[in-house]
Design a protein around this ligand. Structure first.
Ligand code: ZN
Ligand code: ZN
Ligand code: ZN
Ligand code: ZN
Length: 281
């Protein structure tokens, strides 16, 4: 009985637009419809009554939101935790029952971390998953988008390459606990066999898998103007390069932080976390 009451109470906290639970700040329209922060950011008018949003917040509902314990978003997959509103985001992004989306275009599969390789191999692809060190051949045709699964250091990553608006984007996303993503970096080594003295060597930290493609392909990943890459293209517009995934050497990072200037601009590190010496052949 008590439980049904509680479920009913939680129902009151569901956003009428996206049905996610609302948490402070809870905005409302002139009529009094409450709405979650995310939907508020996306909508210019109330979707229920078309009325304008006001600056006032639903204080009663916010007070309730602070008191209740919300079920984890992965409840149906087996997580039984109940969380305060301000604990939810952190827990849910690292929850062991979290479902991961398949990165292949037009695939709507969501599943457990450990089931990804099987799904990938059985369904999508003739391409074998990448390992730590890969020779890649990617055709540079306008609008192309390429994804592969990377299995390295017993961890899973998505490797994505996209060509859009005369720019080539590469991203490697760590699939798992988002705080661990920066323990890994990837390196692209672009070359052409008859241009032995010229190459592009570039690296960046791996990004968490929660980052949406629209964000990852803006500034979180490696991007190069197409004309920088053009001299390296083969006749059939294929770009050949090595892609390597590596672990960040924590010790040398710490030394750098102590001795060097404290430049902690993590997201836009283009030239690698590791000193990249002349390439070993
Ligand atoms: Zn909403
Ligand atoms: Zn309304
Ligand atoms: Zn959970
Ligand atoms: Zn899939």
């Amino acid at each position: 009985m008590e439980n049904t009451c509680y479920t009913d109470l939680l129902l009151e906290l569901e956003c009428p637009i996206c049905t996610n639970y609302m948490a402070p700040p809870i905005s409302q329209c002139a009529t009094g419809h409450s709405i979650c922060e995310e939907c508020r950011g996306k909508l210019s008018n109330c979707a229920l009554c078309k009325g304008v949003f006001t600056e006032s917040r639903n204080i009663a509902l916010e007070r309730l939101a602070v008191k209740v314990r919300y079920p984890c978003i992965n409840k149906n997959s087996g997580c039984n935790l109940k969380l305060a509103y301000n604990e939810r985001r952190l827990h849910e992004s690292n929850c062991a029952f979290k479902g991961y989306r398949c990165a292949m275009e037009n695939c709507f599969w969501i599943g457990r971390l450990e089931d990804i390789p099987l799904h990938w191999i059985s369904k999508e692809n003739i391409t074998k998953p990448c390992g730590t060190n890969n020779f890649c051949r990617t055709k540079m045709i306008s609008g192309s988008y390429y994804v592969n699964l990377v299995i390295a250091f017993d961890k899973l990553f998505w490797f994505k390459c996209k060509l859009s608006n005369k720019k080539v984007y590469w991203a490697v996303q760590y699939i798992g606990n988002s705080t661990e993503a920066e323990n890994y970096y990837y390196e692209l080594d672009i070359f052409k066999s008859n241009r032995t003295k010229n190459k592009i060597l570039i690296s960046n930290y791996c990004q968490p898998v929660d980052i949406e493609d629209s964000l990852i392909f803006s500034d979180a990943c490696i991007s190069l103007p197409l004309n920088m890459v053009t001299p390296f293209l083969c006749n059939d517009q294929t770009l050949e390069y090595h892609m390597r995934v590596n672990t960040v050497n924590k010790k040398s990072e710490q030394c750098k932080a102590i001795s060097g200037t404290k430049k902690q601009e993590k997201s836009k590190k283009v030239v690698g976390p590791k000193e990249v010496g002349p390439n070993k052949k």
